[in-house]
Write a protein that binds this ligand. Structure first.
Ligand code: NAD
Length: 329
């Protein structure tokens, strides 16, 4: 394997931080860029720059003298966050992705990976908890999530145009719900697995926790180690079209709570709050194309990944006195 000079944007965030570690372990030179440093441990990057990538001049600095770009920077969060801030999320991400593609063109970077999302899939195909797993072509005719989903779908198109017009190697990955240690677990941007781990960790045995919606909505979840493995495999491949990266282990949110409780060794009662956003009714990944293209698919079982994630979040919530910090509830 040849050593590469790699840029990871969003390297202060969850997936970017893990990806930097993996790329360093594989022997590459890595530059991380973000508007913040990683929250829970120092970066492993050779060079880490604080740059706002909504600005073209900062994207030009970030993309200098690198062979590959993993563009993970985005204004994003869980369902509560992405449904609350449609305008700012759309504007911020449109600026980041447009300027990153243009900077990459101006600096002649060879390969560019864009992190898209299962939120691009047509909402009318996700109305049942018993959803048919989504194939890549199910993004059209377009009806993505408002704001975040539309912006991701448009950025996918932009990647295609840059490939078509300039012949640049572009990769497009559609993540399905990534979870694991070192991810945001409080403050409003957390996703369902982290939020549930936090609530269960803070509850005493037999107490009640709040669950958004009736809990019968379904999703599939991918452990972070599988996510970064898939990213690196996709970058290495010669595939230009959007590709699912997720598991097809479908669970309801109620089942997710039960799995976290099992990991915690606790029993809790669920109080369903029907006023809270819950997103589409069902979403699952069809991995047929992923298997064809990469000859590989994520394999970490949800039970195992959740046990590791729960342990990390619980340890984070334990203050210096050894008491759980109730203020994080
Ligand atoms: P994250 O929020 O932890 O990381 C994103 C990072 O981008 C953050 O550290 C943030 O500070 C940074 N960022 C935001 N605005 C920026 C700006 N103007 N300039 C520079 N950096 C900026 O999220 P994540 O879970 O690591 O997601 C990484 C990518 O994967 C994102 O593009 C996201 O949309 C996509 N994605 C993630 C999931 C998931 O389940 N985690 C699912 C689908 C898609």
């Amino acid at each position: 394997m040849t050593t590469k000079r790699v840029l990871v944007t969003g390297a202060g965030g969850f997936i970017g931080h893990h990806l930097v570690h993996k790329l360093k372990a594989e022997g590459h030179w890595v530059r991380g860029v973000d508007i913040k440093h990683p929250e829970y441990e120092p970066t492993a990057a050779d060079d880490f720059a604080i740059l706002d990538l909504r600005r073209l001049e900062n994207c030009l600095v970030a993309t200098r003298e690198v062979d590959q770009v993993y563009n993970l920077a985005a204004d994003m969060g869980g369902i509560g966050y992405i449904t609350a801030f449609l305008a700012s999320i759309s504007c911020n991400n449109t600026l980041i992705n447009t300027h990153m593609l243009e900077a990459r063109r101006l600096n002649g970077v060879k390969r560019f990976l864009f992190s898209s999302s299962a939120c691009v899939y047509a909402q009318y195909k996700q109305k049942s908890p018993d959803v048919t797993p989504l194939k890549e072509e199910d993004a059209y005719p377009a009806d993505p999530e408002p704001g975040y989903g539309w912006e991701k779908l448009w950025a996918e198109e932009l990647c295609r145009y840059f490939w078509k017009d300039y012949g640049f190697e572009t990769r497009i990955v559609r993540f399905h719900n990534v979870y694991g240690p070192l991810g945001t677990y409080d403050g409003g941007k957390e996703k369902s697995p982290a939020a549930i781990c936090r609530k269960v960790a803070l509850a005493n045995n037999g107490e009640e926790i709040e669950v958004w919606g009736d809990g019968e909505q379904t999703r599939s979840y991918m452990y972070i180690d599988d996510c970064v493995e898939g990213l690196i495999r996709l970058m290495r491949s010669d595939y230009h079209e959007p590709l699912n990266l997720g598991t097809d282990q479908l669970v309801t949110i109620n089942q997710l709570v039960d799995l976290v409780c099992k990991a915690a060794g606790k029993t809790v009662r669920k109080r369903h709050d029907l006023t809270k956003p819950q997103g589409v009714r069902g979403r699952n990944s069809d991995n047929t194309r992923l298997l064809n293209v990469l000859g590989w698919q994520p394999s970490v079982l949800l039970e195992k990944g959740l046990a590791t994630t729960y342990k990390w979040i619980e340890s984070e919530l334990v203050g210096q006195s050894g008491e759980l910090r109730k203020s994080a509830a």
